[in-house]
Design a protein around this ligand. Structure first.
Ligand code: PMP
Length: 381
């Protein structure tokens, strides 16, 4: 099997599963809010994980709040808005754009305004600054994703943080595709809110994080027993939290080596593909700042759905756009947002590497893509 859809979901590290396992067993099943020693040990485990996650992103542990995933984090920070305009761009994940259409998420009737993006998927900084100046009086926040989950393009987060600081505007970034893939330092980059999702960096599905800077006045988003320092009520997902903490520790240690490995694997794939089908494909996104774990590949004249089905029969798993919108009949708003024609969007696949992807898998994927694409082209002609 060649699974190259890790940007949709990657397997937990074995060490993460080992760390989680005890927290499912009767001797460790205490509720973290209980004052007996079982509860206290669960509470300690949560606080250790909070420190591990804080270390991964350069935050203080008191700024880390556990959620059920990236979507919840992307919904939750809107509660802290004190002014009603949010500046963003049109190629963010749906969990940024959809909540704002829904009155129950936001205390304010939010208006979203969109900065232009370049054809490589990075935000146009001049346009962003122009919009900040134009909307300054009513500007609640800027929200720009760290790494685009369909393109792998890395936004200039440090520059955006500096700009937001200059104009005193809170800055949120969806770092779901960034964690474990690029260095993150929220304090150095002036980030006020940041969203994470465990299953993108070696923790299980169903656990995430919202970082909120201590400089921000915080508002709860789930009411109940006052857990997570009053912001998110409900008994904590102790095994998931332990898992995301362990995953954060592992990816922080692995990061420099891992980034070099992904750059190498990317070359292996593209070299092999060039041998098989030179001049028959192009790569979307930015070549300089791209997170090299994601390759967005357009194969003109090759329908991506047909290609994915043929590859599936060979046990090769890629995706067309992001998994979250795969059931959506409309085509990728990200690819359309960077100016690809409908035809090119329909001919684009995403190859996303995991933490243990091998050279051989990349070669097999390139050969599989080339032979399936040639088969389809022969059928159409
Ligand atoms: N943001 C980005 C960039 C994502 O890729 C995803 C998941 N595909 C999310 C947010 C949502 O995360 P989750 O699935 O954990 O809710």
């Amino acid at each position: 099997m060649v699974y190259l859809d890790h940007a949709a979901s990657t397997a937990p590290f074995p060490e993460v599963l080992d760390a989680m396992l005890p927290w499912f067993q009767p001797c460790h099943i205490g509720n973290p809010s209980s004052i007996h020693s079982q509860g206290v040990s669960a509470r300690h485990a949560i606080e250790k994980a909070r420190e591990q996650v804080a270390q991964m992103i350069g935050a203080d542990p008191s700024e880390i709040f556990f959620t059920s995933g990236g979507t919840e984090a992307n919904n939750a920070w809107f509660r802290c808005l004190t002014k009603h305009i949010v500046l963003t761009d049109e190629i963010e994940h749906h969990s940024i754009s959809e909540p704002l259409k829904n009155a129950c998420v936001c205390p304010l009737p939010v208006v979203m305004k969109y900065a232009r993006v370049w054809s490589d998927g990075s935000v146009d900084m001049d346009d962003l600054e122009r919009l900040i100046i134009e909307n300054k009086k009513a500007l609640g926040a800027v929200s720009v994703m760290w790494v685009n989950n369909e393109l792998g393009t890395v936004n200039p987060i440090k520059e955006i943080g500096t700009l937001c600081k200059k104009y005193d505007v809170p800055f949120h970034t969806d770092a779901v595709a960034a964690a474990g893939h690029v260095p993150i330092d929220v304090h150095a980059y002036n980030v006020d809110f940041l969203s994470l999702s465990g299953h993108k960096f070696g923790a299980p599905q169903g656990i995430g994080v919202l970082y909120i800077s201590n400089l921000i006045r915080k508002e709860p988003w789930v009411y109940g027993g006052g857990q997570e320092r009053g912001l998110r009520g409900g008994t904590e997902n102790v095994p998931g939290i332990v898992g995301i903490g362990k995953a954060a520790e592992i990816v922080t240690k692995r990061l420099p080596r891992q980034m070099a490995q992904w750059a190498h694997l990317r070359d292996v794939f593209l070299n092999e593909l060039s041998v098989e089908m030179d001049g028959e494909f192009h790569i979307n996104g930015d070549t300089d700042r791209r997170s090299s774990a994601i390759i967005s590949l357009t194969l003109p004249g090759v329908n991506s759905e047909s290609l994915l089905l043929l590859l599936d029969q060979q046990d090769i798993y890629l995706s067309a756009g992001s998994a979250c919108s795969a059931s959506d009949a409309t085509t990728s708003h990200v690819l359309r947002g960077i100016g690809l024609s409908e035809e090119s969007v329909a001919c684009t696949v995403r190859i996303s590497m995991g933490f243990d992807t091998t050279d051989d898998e990349m070669r097999q994927a390139a050969q599989g893509v080339a032979s399936a694409a040639h088969r389809l082209k022969a059928m159409y002609s």
